[in-house]
Design a protein around this ligand. Sequence first.
Ligand code: NAD
Length: 248
Amino acid sequence: MPEAPDHSALAEWRQRLAQARSVCVLTGAGMSAESGIPTFRDALTGLWSRFDPARLASVEGFRADPGLVWDWYAERRAGVRAAQPNAGHRALAAFARRRPGVLTLVTQNVDDLHQRAGNRDTIRLHGDILQDRWLEPCGMACDPARAEPGRPPRCVACGGLVRPGVVWFGESLPPAALQHAEHAARHCEVLLVVGTSGAVWPAAGLAAAARRAGAHVAIVNPSASEIDAEAHVCLRGTAAILLPALLD
Ligand code: NAD
């Protein structure tokens, strides 16, 4: 049972956020949990729980069984398309509209709920689940959208496979996105970390980087995370409840 958020801490952080000239928010899978998108751990406890994450989210796993991985992503893509932004996504979008230039939003999420809520310039560290790309660069420079349908689709010219446009275990993050996120973490007055277990690096390191650079760091999560020690406060509650309370 999560602890109830402390009301004096909420009021203090609400004021700090209202006055800050630069705010960075880092979100993880818990941000979209109340939109019905399973967190990483939840996703692994369902139908697919008998599979090792390394088989579902790595190049090696994809090469070993492309159909299995494609089907797992097809199910997750359908879930993302059916989901709607929640009150937490909407509170972040409204904050950005009200205070132009103050918020840098960085997400580990591969869904598009921040964008659909209105945060079009969200920095995406782990890619976009709704995008397709080639497993290997296509020798014929074909567009993955024109691949021959299948599980997964293939290039009609070279036979290359299409894969989802997400960052898998063992892959590097898009360098420009990571640089932008690190810069925002090191230069913000307040870093809000929402709905992440803090187990996936280098994203998890942004909290320590911000704190070392002098930012005030708050975590919003109903449960403990691996980076709680980096925060000045851990606000125990969910994104859809606490973000409107902090930002509206
Ligand atoms: P995680 O699954 O490891 O951790 C989720 C965290 O969210 C947990 O700490 C949990 O306590 C917290 N949480 C659960 N419900 C919450 C709520 N309503 N409000 C606030 N917090 C809540 O997720 P992660 O740390 O983001 O790392 C897993 C990786 O999986 C990431 O790289 C991410 O790209 C990927 N992923 C993305 C999505 C998505 O795009 N929506 C979904 C699942 C996994």
